[in-house]
Design a protein around this ligand. Structure first.
Ligand code: GTP
Ligand code: MG
Length: 196
């Protein structure tokens, strides 16, 4: 995928502040610090478009990016960060669920997981929620550079089993090496481009 333009549009917490460009949109969801913003930067080949941080829980609103004047990317705040108050967690859930329920342009949600972890209740619940909304989750196992080729097979198989899907449905990715970028773009384009 050749990127000719990628720009940050806005940060929004409520639907009235979402951009109204009408472009097909992909959202990026996952545990806090899993590498959502880094994955977006790798996809659009801009090192600092989406802000990344080694401190978890930094992204508090939904950040919207326009790519090639063709697609919209929404970087969702991460879930599962332990040091977040119950009230804050409720606010997160409300913000993300409202977005997932109301965003008409949304075509797919990229659910990003750490290749070294098996999915927990949060991931499984989110997949259930998405499926109930008629949305197709696109599953990505990131930070693949942390494991050797042979070390990956077992966690990928375990994740696939936990989710009840074939392991081949999970895109192996690394923002550090760029591995999986083309494979993810191909799947994204198939879900974002209007049919026919
Ligand atoms: P929040 O917005 O806080 O939820 O985090 P995030 O999911 O956007 O994660 P972010 O992209 O900020 O990355 C978190 C940390 O993981 C940073 O220190 C990144 O450099 C690192 N990281 C992200 N992707 C990869 C990867 O593919 N490989 C390696 N080795 N490190 C990564
Ligand atoms: Mg982030």
């Amino acid at each position: 995928m050749k990127i000719t333009a990628a720009e940050f549009l806005s940060s929004a917490e409520r639907p009235e502040h979402y951009p109204q460009e009408g472009l097909p949109e992909a959202a990026f969801a996952g545990r806090s610090n899993v590498g959502k913003s880094s994955l977006i930067n790798a996809l659009v080949q801009r090192k600092k478009l989406a802000r990344t941080s080694s401190t978890p829980g930094r992204t508090r609103a939904i950040n919207f990016f326009r790519v090639n004047d063709q697609y919209m990317f929404a970087d969702l705040p991460g879930f599962g960060y332990a040091k977040v108050s119950k009230a804050e967690r409720g606010r997160w859930r409300e913000m993300v669920e409202t977005y997932l329920r109301t965003r008409a342009e949304l075509r797919t949600v990229v659910l990003i997981m750490d290749i070294r972890r098996t999915p927990a209740a949060e991931e499984i619940d989110l997949i259930g929620f998405l499926t109930a909304q008629g949305l197709t989750p696109l599953l990505v196992a990131t930070k693949a550079d942390k494991l050797g080729k042979n070390q990956r097979l077992r966690p990928l198989k375990q994740t696939a089993e936990a989710l009840g899907i074939p392991a081949a449905n999970i895109v192996t990715f690394s923002a550090a090496s760029g591995e999986g970028r083309d494979a993810l773009w191909n799947r994204l384009k198939a879900l974002l481009d209007p049919r026919g």
